[in-house]
Ligand binder design. Structure first.
Ligand code: PGA
Length: 258
């Protein structure tokens, strides 16, 4: 298998690079290829990577490459995309704990290189601004990989989020709470608020990778890539960056695209 497969435009929707691949395994491998390339080109890159079911395969692939010494993540600065408000790494149901388990620990990232959204902040406005400043201090995000929520959210930027939104506390829709409860067999109560990087924060990244898999996402992917660019579908704002967006989707997710 080639780890550094070239990423280039295939089918163009406006100017973004859309890669329609066979299946979830291919989505994961291609996403891992992009992360690999960015980190190899810039070993001290600041990057953000998502949580959820979609990126699991990408993380497995990245961990495999790191263990085989084909990829060195030790200089990377990782910034988390989002977490539940009031939950931090010590809470096993936090997204940060999930990331730690699935990726950050196996990737052997230096503790000082892991920056988490201030989901436990006593002054969320001030600490969210400081988080944004820390991203800037690290040279800005070289890469943002994001998934797509069933309601079109990216990070936890729910419908209604504006294109210039920054890191902040947001209300979670019931749909997103139910979606995330499913990650814990529906057992654990999901808070009704979260701290998330904003749409504007994500759009500032040098490169954005959107990963989407499965027929359940076909309608929302169509709205995201082909519908109006609007706060009703926050993912649609990703199209405003043109060629800085790479969408990697499988055939099932792409089945409604024209
Ligand atoms: P999923 O979540 O990968 O679990 O579908 C995507 C998201 O909500 O961003």
């Amino acid at each position: 298998m080639t780890h550094n497969q070239a990423i280039g435009p295939s089918e163009a929707v406006t100017e973004l690079h859309l890669h329609v691949v066979a299946d979830y395994v291919e989505v994961s491998r291609l996403a891992a290829d992009v992360v690999t390339r960015v980190v190899q080109d810039n070993p001290e890159a600041a990057i953000t990577l998502p949580t959820g079911e979609t990126p699991r395969g990408m993380y497995q692939e990245l961990v495999r490459r790191i263990r085989e010494s084909a990829l060195d993540f030790s200089g990377v600065h990782f910034f988390s995309l989002d977490d539940y408000w009031g939950k931090g790494v010590d809470d096993e149901t936090s997204l940060t704990a999930w990331l730690n388990e699935i990726f950050l620990r196996p990737a052997n990232l230096d503790h000082d290189h892991v920056h988490v959204v201030p989901s436990l902040a006593s002054d969320p406005v001030q600490e969210a601004a400081a988080y944004e400043q820390e991203i800037e201090r690290r040279g800005g995000l070289k890469l943002a990989v994001v998934g797509l929520g069933p309601n079109g959210h990216v990070g936890f930027n729910e419908p209604g989020s504006t294109i210039d939104s920054r890191t902040r506390v947001v209300e979670l829709t019931q749909q997103s709470q139910n979606q995330n409860a499913a990650y814990y067999d529906g057992e654990k109560r999901i808070p009704d608020k979260a701290m998330t990087m904003g749409i504007g924060t994500i759009l500032d990244a040098d490169l954005i990778v959107l990963i989407v898999s499965g027929t359940a996402k076909a309608d929302i992917l169509k709205a995201t890539l082909e519908g109006p660019i609007s706060a009703d579908v926050p993912g649609s704002f990703l199209r405003t960056v043109g060629a800085r967006l790479i969408a990697i989707v499988d055939k099932d997710a792409a089945s409604n695209l024209s």
